[in-house]
Ligand binder design. Sequence first.
Ligand code: G3H
Ligand code: 13P
Ligand code: NA
Ligand code: ZN
Length: 324
Amino acid sequence: GLVNTKEMFAKAIKGGYAIPAFNFNNMEQLQAIIQAAVETKSPVILQVSKGARQYANQTLLRYMAEGAVEYAKELGCAHPQIVLHLDHGDSFELCKSCVDMGFSSVMIDGSHLPYDENVALTKKVVEYAHQFDVTVEGELGVLAGVEDEVSAEEHTYTKPEEVVDFVTKTGVDSLAISIGTSHGANKFKPEQCTRDANGRLVPPPLRFDVLEGVEKELPGFPIVLHGSSSVPQEEVETINKYGGALKDAIGIPEEELRKAAKSAVCKINIDSDSRLAMTAAIREVFATKPAEFDPRKYLGPARENMKKLYKHKIENVLGSNNKI
Ligand code: G3H
Ligand code: 13P
Ligand code: NA
Ligand code: ZN
């Protein structure tokens, strides 16, 4: 069945790679994730956000994830390593409901709360979840942009001097930190960037000094990076070529994620890139084959394009291939 994150994180830290955490809301995304994970022999975390749960229904998502384990076996993986994880849980009740409904891991995101309230809420979730062997991710530091329907103009980087106290008091199994990533397809404003010789935007570097500070305080403890889409420019160009209107879309350079994956960062969250891959493929079919109206004829290419993206992340960025 589904597994929690414990063993997979311990192995990832030792092995110097990161587990992909891909969000899913629908069948085609799930199929693409599982096919990619099986073909690359990678463990994988399936993430469900509060919005995904509202969109697709928690019961349906749960059985889809459980079905994904059987699907992976059918595709030839004898012992699939698949986690069903709540992404950005914002209350004890939501986390409890997911634990009760068979999720193997949950995130309680109290990062926007005052420190003591974050500690108290996170601890409460941990105490509940651990009774059922469900692992818990907490967060310290605030990512710029919209997170949990709370929007922050500026990053509040994680304070390395707080992490030991937080982890000790709460008992969390992993910690999401803020080092300059953010959610969505517009991670940096053009005025925060420089330009390369071809005039393309170059984002400011992530704060690896903050990550190193955290690692020094918590040696060997599993660290998580949210907001880690790279926003592939070829997908953005395809979207815009076929009628889209994405402006100044920019993500985290893959080179920085490769470097992070070699550190104590053992979970890297990617959602926007999958959305871009899906949208690009669908727009292309709609524009080039306007008479087509069988959903399989555009969701099929969308699924293929997402699968290609997931395999690329696993093999060329996170390094989680050939780990099962
Ligand atoms: O962190 C946010 C994830 O990308 C999920 O996004 O809340 O729109 O489903 P969502
Ligand atoms: P992206 O928007 O960069 O894909 O981040 C996703 C994420 O952090 C989900 O929790
Ligand atoms: Na790592
Ligand atoms: Zn996130």
